[in-house]
Design a protein around this ligand. Structure first.
Ligand code: ADP
Ligand code: MG
Length: 698
């Protein structure tokens, strides 16, 4: 068979060792197969040459033919720009460059015929094309008329003339060799049922489409395939695991749960909490091992759900464990849960890195003898020295801080894996959750406890600090507490800490009657806890902190969250921080403080934050603005999104559609043996081999 993946790029006509090495290093292209799967990022319609008279600012990329009448430069230094007045006899447009001015003026001649490509926009009443592509008319052969592909290249490549045109030429050579079709990678049934273009045809048309319709069909086929295999991979793993592992069976809801429910529960559960508890109850009573992701916006009451699930384990003679990403949070869970279980005969222990010596030994022993029922802690609980007598349920709070590898370690603690409940307040858009955690079932708490007022979010410029302080003073006067948060980014940690210290001093001067505490990541744990405790107990009115407080801290009396340098935070982080207030019945406020000069992206983020409190809406917006690779959590999960053509943010619908198809394949062919699916399993195997990240997803 015709296997392009074994054919080294170096032997392709016009490549050679030097260019090959550059393609290896810059784009990760080694074989002809790699090259063929390097898709264009845009296409230019060469089938039509527009005239200036007919164009307006709403058109996509267009092509014009004419000459440059004159060059003109404007501005100085960074603001310098070059304008070429370009005419085709029907009118004049301005070609504009902000960079490479010298290069352009040297390269292009006045009154010579050029073909230019660009996106027209209207600026100052004139039509502009910024950084257009320019070709001499003699360079464009009639055969390339049609949609011309454009490929991304790096600066380094461009310097050695390995630009988009060069790649296009190589691609023509490879595509020319495709007279013999490549082995099909989807099954005949799927191709027929979903009207997909055959592989070879799709690959030819993704590079050299002769019309927009063929291009659309080629793109659809390739996106479909890419997303389909990601889903098939995850669902296949999930099925295997179901077949391989049995789960502990929690037969009853017994005394402990019921006593808690009737005597200790301080309030009525929300409808959403009840529903999620039922879902969990079904899982743990099914005989299958539970793997459930619980999504609930900040303040939705996930802790209680965690606790009550753990009580189910206890009722059935098992131990339970709750793992939190930070020590502050583990402490707080310990306090909350011990408090809630007051008067009940349940032993809860806290195990973190700072629990040492005799205390630690006692806990470890208690776990083995089953005297300790619930263990709460940080990463410390997954160390090898920690062993349980019978661990039935593990709850992981704030999933995105835990990698897949850590989840896997928990499994190894028992021969039979415990049930796993993963809780996250970073609402991951459903589409992304499916891709990331495809093996987890998803529950959502979509209802806040009653009586909460939506947080009022405002954007305030630094210059109006006096007004802000006046407002803070008023809130403190009526007994509320205030958070003031500073950004902390690793690269500039020193400067940031200075900012925090300065801010702290400033605040203590500004509010001489208040007790102000300070928390940051560089402090000793004990010191941090002591400061935090002063705020939790209400002795301190103002907490100045870096983002260490981002996750999970619960002080219902705090009603104001001030975020300094808000422009430096991402959307999901801002939302997390905001979630620290609005936890009691009082009206709460989030104030985003920035300087005057703001970029467009920042303005958009601030606009979204002030408009909505809905975590899911914010997560979707975040995904759209930043792309999935950047989304908090995805990196830590070890899943690098290396999508060649699909876009999780934009192709969410297609993703759901193909997931259904993949699910059907796995359900109807649980042992991967049906002849009609042979192609699919073979391709999946090949992909698993070549894509290391895929293994991490499961
Ligand atoms: P998160 O989901 O962010 O972890 P928590 O579990 O910390 O939220 O709960 C936030 C606050 O809401 C806590 O003070 C908790 O006691 C309270 N709470 C939880 N469930 C309810 C409920 N059903 N009714 C009233 N308050 C609740
Ligand atoms: Mg929480």
């Amino acid at each position: 068979m015709f296997d392009l993946s074994t054919r080294d790029i170096k032997y392709l006509t016009g490549v050679g060792p030097q260019r090959a090495s550059m393609l290896n290093k810059e784009l990760g292209i080694f074989s002809l197969h790699d090259l063929l799967y390097y898709f264009p990022y845009k296409y230019v319609d060469r089938s039509h040459i527009y005239v200036v008279r007919e164009i307006d600012g709403n058109m996509p990329y267009i092509q014009l033919k004419g000459e440059i009448l004159s060059f003109e430069t404007f501005g100085e230094g960074r603001g310098r720009r070059l304008v070429a007045h370009f005419s085709d006899g029907t009118g004049i447009v301005d070609l504009v460059w902000f960079q490479g001015i010298k290069y352009v003026t040297n390269k292009y001649k006045l009154h010579k015929e050029y073909l230019i490509f660009g996106k027209p926009t209207v600026f100052g009443g004139r039509i502009n094309l910024a950084h257009p592509d320019i070709d001499e008319t003699t360079d464009v052969k009639p055969t390339t008329m049609g949609l011309q592909p454009y490929y991304n290249t790096t600066e380094k490549m461009k310097r050695s003339f390995l630009n988009s045109h060069a790649i296009e030429k190589m691609m023509q050579t490879v595509v020319g060799q495709l007279k013999e079709p490549l082995p099909e990678t989807l099954s005949p049934t799927i191709l027929a049922e979903h009207h997909l273009m055959p592989l070879t045809e799709a690959l030819i048309n993704i590079h050299f489409p002769t019309n927009p319709d063929l291009l659309r069909r080629a793109q659809y086929r390739l996106k479909f395939e890419e997303l389909f295999y990601i889903q098939l991979n995850i669902l296949r793993y999930a099925k295997d695991r179901q077949r391989k592992y049995r789960g502990y069976l929690f037969r009853t809801v017994g005394d402990i749960f019921n006593t808690f429910y009737s005597q200790n529960l301080p309030f009525e559960l929300t409808g959403a909490q009840k529903r999620v508890l039922r879902e969990i109850r079904n899982d743990v009573g099914s005989g299958r091992q539970m793997n459930r992701l619980l999504q609930g916006d900040v303040g939705s009451g996930k802790t209680l759900v965690a606790l009550m699930s753990m009580l189910m384990a206890l009722d059935n003679g098992y131990q339970a464990c709750l793992m939190a990403p930070t020590e502050i949070l583990a402490n707080q869970h310990y306090e909350t849960i011990s408090g809630l279980l007051h008067g009940m005969n349940v032993r809860v222990e806290l195990l973190t890195g700072s629990v040492k010596g005799k205390k630690r030994e006692a806990i470890l022993k208690g776990l083995l003898t089953k005297e300790v029922h619930i263990l709460i802690g940080t990463h410390a609980v997954i160390e090898d020295t920690v062993n349980f007598s019978s661990l039935g349920l593990v709850v992981i709070d704030e999933q995105h801080r835990f990698g897949v590898a850590q989840r896997a370690r928990l499994w190894n603690k028992n021969i039979q894996p415990p049930h796993v409940l993963v809780m996250t307040a970073t609402p991951i858009p459903r589409t992304l959750a499916m891709t990331l955690y495809g093996d987890l079932d998803v529950s959502v708490i979509d209802e806040l406890p009653p009586g909460r007022k939506p947080i009022v979010t405002q954007h305030q410029y630094e210059a109006r600090r006096k007004t802000l302080y006046g407002f803070i003073r008023k809130e403190i006067a009526i007994g509320r507490q205030v958070y003031i948060v500073y950004p902390l980014i690793k690269e500039s940690e020193k400067i940031d800490l200075n900012n925090l210290e300065e801010g702290y001093l400033h605040i203590t001067e500004e509010f001489p009657d208040c007790r102000v505490v300070k928390v940051h990541g560089k402090m000793k744990v004990a010191e941090k806890d002591a400061q935090m405790q002063l705020f939790v107990s209400g002795e301190a009115q103002i907490l100045v902190a870096t983002t260490v407080i981002e996750v999970g801290v619960n002080v219902p009396n705090a009603s104001v969250m001030v975020i300094e340098n808000a422009e430096r935070f991402g959307l999901s982080q801002l939302h997390q921080l905001r979630g620290r207030v609005g936890r009691g019945a009082d009206q709460s406020y989030c104030i985003l403080v920035t300087g005057f000069k703001l970029g467009e992206e920042t303005r958009k983020r601030l606009e979204i934050m002030t408009r909505t409190n809905d975590g899911f809406e914010i997560a979707e917006a975040d995904l759209k603005m930043r792309g999935p690779g950047d989304l908090e959590g995805t990196q830590q999960c070890g899943v690098a999104f290396d999508l060649k053509i699909a876009d999780i943010a934009r192709d969410g619908q297609l993703l759901q559609y193909v997931r259904g198809i993949a699910q059907k394949v796995v359900d109807t062919d649980p042992t991967s043996t049906l002849p009609e699916n042979e192609v699919l399993w073979r391709q999946l195997k090949a992909l698993r081999k070549s894509n290391i990240n895929w293994a991490a997803i499961s």
